[in-house]
Design a protein around this ligand. Structure first.
Ligand code: DON
Length: 304
């Protein structure tokens, strides 16, 4: 299949809607991003690569970092993960507090904010230098040793992250955060601030398309079983309260971030990444979702 021709076609198709959606402004450092940015890449497990738009421009990966930390927490073989975090879609906003009260401080899944805090708490307990461990991991899988935190974004989130802190303290009151809330949340804000391009992301997450093995290095990152499980969680929980609509339209395990990025996996075949900063009501890239829908329509590459 000629993926470059397909991406060119999609780039052309989405031109009339580029700029639609609302850039996340609840994180002040993200508010100034040009909503007209667009990029899309395809990276196959057998080494084909195609791209359109601003594919090498770095953006804030935000909640896409939740795949990184979940992979690392699973790799720590911490047996407590699934007694501390659920595996069900939340049906609520990614930063909702309501379910936490009803469900005794156990977040529904690792991809909503509260669930990611617990996962980061696990990383904090298992690594002496958790921020550095997260950077080392993402640099390794993306083959790009220049990837770094965007400190302006991290500090912006720390200054304004009262809702995240509230969730952290609330879970701590149930005993579900084991370390100091401010320290765990500092790691969380830094992981969300990591700046990467679509090219970096579609290289990094190829292990999820290849049974846990990074094809670029021939290295096992996690077991096939765990790779399948992360894909299952991405399919059912990766797109927040529009996960059902996204599965209907796209049908691929995916994870979004409020920076406007989405990573999608075609198991056994490829990692697709798209970036367009304008978000839908549920916090997912509006144009990015449409571009992925077009990709699946043109290629038939859906898991269903
Ligand atoms: O904690 C937050 O609210 C952000 N750092 C991340 C949220 C996010 O990316 C949700 N994604 N769609």
């Amino acid at each position: 299949m000629n993926y470059q021709a397909i991406l060119n076609q999609i780039h052309n198709d989405i031109k009339p809607i580029v700029g639609q959606g609302k850039v996340a402004d609840y994180i002040p450092a993200l508010a100034g991003i040009d909503p007209k940015k667009f990029a899309m890449t395809v990276h196959t497990v057998d080494g084909q690569y195609a791209s359109v738009g601003d594919a090498e421009e770095k953006f804030s990966i935000q909640s896409i970092s939740k795949i990184i930390t979940l992979t690392m927490a699973i790799a720590c073989a911490d047996q407590t993960i699934w007694s501390r975090v659920g595996r069900e879609p939340s049906g609520s906003k990614f930063n909702s507090l309501i379910q936490l009260e009803l469900e005794q401080g156990i977040p529904r899944n690792p991809f909503i904010n509260a669930g990611a805090h617990v996962i980061t708490d696990i990383i904090y307990s298992n690594h002496s230098y958790p921020k550095q461990a997260i950077l080392d991991f993402i640099r390794y899988v993306s083959l790009n040793h220049e990837i770094d935190f965007d400190l302006a974004v991290a500090h912006s989130e720390r200054e304004t992250g009262n809702r995240n802190l509230a969730m952290g303290y609330f879970m701590k009151s149930f005993g579900n955060i084991h370390n100091k809330v401010r320290e765990v949340l500092d790691v969380y804000f830094h992981q969300c601030s990591i700046a990467m391009s679509c090219k970096d992301l579609s290289t990094a997450f190829l292990y999820l398309a290849n049974n846990g093995v990074l094809p670029t290095l021939g290295k096992t990152i996690i077991s096939k079983k765990d790779s399948d499980r992360i894909n299952a969680l991405m399919l059912t929980c990766g797109m927040y309260d529009s996960v059902g609509d996204f599965a209907y339209r796209v049908g691929l395990p995916s994870k979004s971030g409020v920076g406007g990025g989405i990573v999608s996996i075609v198991p056994g075949e490829m990692c697709i990444t798209v970036w367009s900063p304008g978000l839908s009501e549920s916090g997912n890239s509006l144009v990015g979702t449409r571009a992925l829908e077009l990709f699946v329509n043109y290629t038939g590459k859906t898991i269903f």
